[in-house]
Design a protein around this ligand. Structure first.
Ligand SMILES: Cc1cc2nc3c(=O)[nH]c(=O)nc-3n(C[C@H](O)[C@H](O)[C@H](O)COP(=O)(O)O)c2cc1C
Length: 319
């Protein structure tokens, strides 16, 4: 199948792929810019970033994209600095703000007042409808196969048709998509595009340290677990020593907490655990991953543009 363009508000991506935002600093300007340069939508994971840092990453992404593609940021509503990040992104005239892990009606009003395109990430037809009424430009619907914080235990193939039926907006499917054939499946179920994150961790431009990427390369189906995150949502991660402690409810309590989340159970510090793994100390950290990482056939590390080229080619080979 020849893949169609993805249109969201006034933006058109020649490749209907959104690279899913990945906190904490897993997807930054270098990856988002490379994805945009390849004609898709590159997204900076902005949760946990300071305003100036985000502004700088947006500039890096723009330089790298050379005026091509579309660039967005992703911010979790659960972050205490949600509005700081949103306003910093607006000052930089970001193309699209993606927001998940909680739901804000006010963000849509902000988008209208500041001429910024808002795309929520939801996991139900009910929230998709509410988003449409509030002024969303498109909907990303995420199934349980996704990495990071999860809003549902239902597979994407079950939820997607319900969301497509419920709204008139473009619907983008996310969770567990690893091949061009998966993309074609989603389009046949009514999606206008797909959001992919896990596969982009194995890109040269992804900011994670090599041990993080190596953990992805060796992951088997048995390594994928669901943990409870202090954010108040389940999260999908790969087994590490620290994750085993979380599963046994033996993870150490936070030390030096800066109250970065609006609501935190204080069971352990998810942010510090994500930062440790980002820097390569994976056994003492949390490595978020989608459920289908083990299905990626070629887990070598390559440029993001090559990953996109391969996905498009694989899709073209499916009738
Ligand atoms: C390492 C990692 C970090 C993530 N961080 C975020 C995040 O900060 N905000 C968010 O909305 N989604 C986050 N996600 C979810 C992705 O953006 C995406 O929607 C989902 O993982 C898609 O499924 P896939 O990874 O199987 O392709 C993360 C996923 C991964 C793998």
């Amino acid at each position: 199948m020849k893949l169609p363009e993805l249109k969201i508000a006034n933006f058109t991506a020649s490749v209907p792929i959104i690279q899913g935002g990945m906190a904490i600093r897993i997807s930054i300007g270098a990856l988002a810019g490379a994805v945009a340069a390849a004609g898709a939508i590159g997204v900076i994971g902005a949760s946990g970033m300071e305003d100036e840092e985000l502004a700088n990453e947006i500039k890096i992404a723009r330089e790298k994209a050379k005026g091509r593609g579309v660039i967005g940021i992703n911010i979790m509503f659960a972050a205490r600095n949600f509005w700081g990040v949103v306003k910093a992104a607006a000052r930089e005239k970001i193309d699209i703000i993606f927001t998940g892990a909680g739901f804000s009606r006010d963000i849509f009003k902000f988008g209208q007042d500041n001429n910024i395109t808002i795309v929520p990430i939801v996991s139900s037809a009910r929230l998709a409808k509410t988003s449409e009424r509030c002024g969303a430009a498109a909907i990303v619907v995420e199934g349980t196969e996704a990495g990071g914080h999860l809003g549902t235990d239902r597979p994407i193939r079950d939820i997607l048709p319900e969301v497509v039926e419920a709204v008139k907006l473009p619907v983008v499917a996310a969770g567990g998509i690893t091949t061009g054939a998966d993309i074609v499946d989603m389009l046949k179920l009514g999606a206008s595009g797909v959001q992919i994150a896990t596969r982009f961790v194995l890109s040269e431009e992804c900011n994670a340290a090599m041990p993080y990427k190596k953990r992805y390369q060796t992951a088997t189906q048995n390594d994928i677990v669901k943990i409870s995150s202090p954010v108040g949502l389940p999260g999908r991660a790969l087994k590490t020593a620290f994750v085993e402690k979380i599963l046994k409810q033996e993870a150490p309590k936070p030390v030096g907490c800066d109250f970065c989340l609006k609501n935190c159970s204080l069971e352990y510090c998810i942010i510090q655990a994500l930062i440790r793994s980002l820097h390569g100390d994976i056994e003492n950290g949390v490595v978020f991953s989608g459920a289908n990482v083990w299905k990626i056939k070629d887990r070598s590390i390559k440029p993001a543009a090559k990953i996109i080229e391969e996905l498009v080619k694989e899709a073209q080979e499916v009738s």
